[in-house]
Design a protein around this ligand. Structure first.
Ligand code: NAP
Length: 274
C-alpha cells in the first residue's frame, strides 16, 4: 500500500504521541513529521524511541513514559512544551492486551491491562487537555481504541472492557472540552499488521477465518489508521468531535454468516435483470 503524500497541514504544530515507538503510533509520528509537526513520543521502549529519533531527526524527541502512571504522563506533556512550545495535538496510542478466557483471567492481568488501556487514555487526555486549557489555545485529541470497544471478541475480556471504557472517556472529553475549542475523537481499528498482532497473523487458519469477515478482502495497514487519525486531528475535521470511527475494512458489517452461499440462486452473479 502506498502511503499518502505528505502535506504541510501540521506545519509548526506540536504533538504528543503515546505508544509512538511502534506500530500504529510510529506511523502517526512519521506522518505528522512529514506534514510539518514536531512530535514528543511517550513510550515504554527507550531504545525504540532512540531508533525513531535516528530515522526522523530533530523533529522528534522521546521521554520514557508509562501511560498508566500519572506522574509520567504529566512529565511527558511538560517535556513536550519545554522542548517545542504550546501543545496542539495529542495522539493516545499506547495499549496492552492479555489473552485468556474470562474464567481464567487473573485480577493482576485485569488491573494491568486496564491500567494501560483505560487509565492510560484517561490520564493522557486529562493532562493534554489541561495543558491546552492553560495555554488558552484550541487543540485536537485522537485516541486509538479498537473495534473491540464496540464488538467483543472471545478470549480478551479485559481488552474489550478497557477499550469500551477508553471510548467513553473520549466522548466525555468531547462533551467537556468543546467549550475550550478542544476536539476529542477516537479511531476503532480492525486487525492491523503491527508487532501486537504478529502472532495472530502467523497462524494461517486464524487468518482464513478472519478473511471470511473482511468485505474488502484484506487486513489493515498502519497507514490506514494514520490517515484517519491525521484527518481527525486536522482542520478538515473542525466540526467533528466525540466520534469513535471504525477503520476496519467493513469487518463490523459482517454480523451474520453469508447464507447466500447456501441457497440456490441467491449467491449467483446478477444476470442483468433477465
Ligand atoms: P504495538 O506495535 O505493540 O505498539 C504499542 C506501543 O505502545 C509499543 O511501543 C509499546 O511499548 C507501547 N506501550 C505499551 N504499554 C505502554 C505503556 N504503559 N506506556 C507507554 N507505552 C506503552 O501495537 P499497535 O498494534 O500499534 O497498537 C497501538 C494501539 O492500537 C493500541 O492501543 C492497540 O490496542 C490498538 N489497536 C491495535 C490493533 C491492531 O490490530 N494492531 C487493532 C485495534 C486497536 P512496548 O513494545 O515496550 O510494550
Amino acid at each position: 500500500m502506498t502511503p499518502a503524500a505528505s502535506t504541510a497541514r501540521f506545519e509548526g504544530k506540536v504533538a504528543v504521541v503515546t505508544g509512538g515507538a511502534s506500530g500504529i503510533g510510529l506511523q502517526i509520528v512519521r506522518r505528522l513529521v512529514a506534514d510539518g509537526a514536531r512530535v514528543m513520543i511517550g513510550d515504554l521502549d527507550a531504545d525504540a524511541m532512540a531508533a525513531v529519533g535516528g530515522e526522523l531527526g530533530d523533529a522528534v524527541a522521546g521521554v520514557a513514559t508509562d501511560v498508566g502512571r500519572e506522574a509520567d504522563v504529566e512529565a511527558l506533556v511538560a517535556a513536550a512544551v519545554d522542548w517545542a512550545g504550546p501543545l496542539d495535538l495529542g495522539f493516545n496510542c499506547a495499549g496492552a492486551v492479555k489473552d485468556g478466557l474470562l474464567v481464567d483471567l487473573d485480577v493482576e492481568d485485569w488491573d494491568r491491562v486496564m491500567g494501560v488501556t483505560a487509565r492510560g487514555v484517561f490520564l493522557s487526555i486529562k493532562h493534554e487537555a489541561r495543558q491546552m486549557i492553560r495555554q488558552g489555545t484550541p487543540g485536537a485529541l485522537v485516541t486509538i481504541t479498537s473495534i473491540n470497544s464496540v464488538t467483543p471478541v472471545h478470549g480478551v475480556t479485559v481488552y474489550n472492557a478497557a477499550k469500551a471504557a477508553a471510548a467513553m472517556v473520549v466522548q466525555n472529553a468531547a462533551l467537556e472540552l468543546g467549550e475550550h475549542g478542544i476536539r476529542s475523537n477516537a479511531i476503532a481499528p480492525g486487525l492491523i499488521a503491527t508487532p501486537m498482532t504478529e502472532y495472530m497473523r502467523s497462524i494461517p487458519a486464524v487468518m482464513d477465518a478472519y478473511m471470511e469477515y473482511a468485505p474488502l478482502g484484506r487486513t489493515g495497514e498502519v497507514d490506514d489508521v494514520a490517515s484517519a487519525a491525521l484527518f481527525l486531528a486536522s482542520d478538515e475535521a473542525s466540526w467533528i468531535t466525540g466520534v469513535n470511527l471504525l477503520v476496519d475494512g467493513g469487518h463490523r458489517t459482517v454480523g451474520y454468516p453469508n447464507l447466500t452461499k447456501l441457497f440456490e440462486g441467491l449467491g449467483a452473479p446478477a444476470d442483468g435483470g433477465a
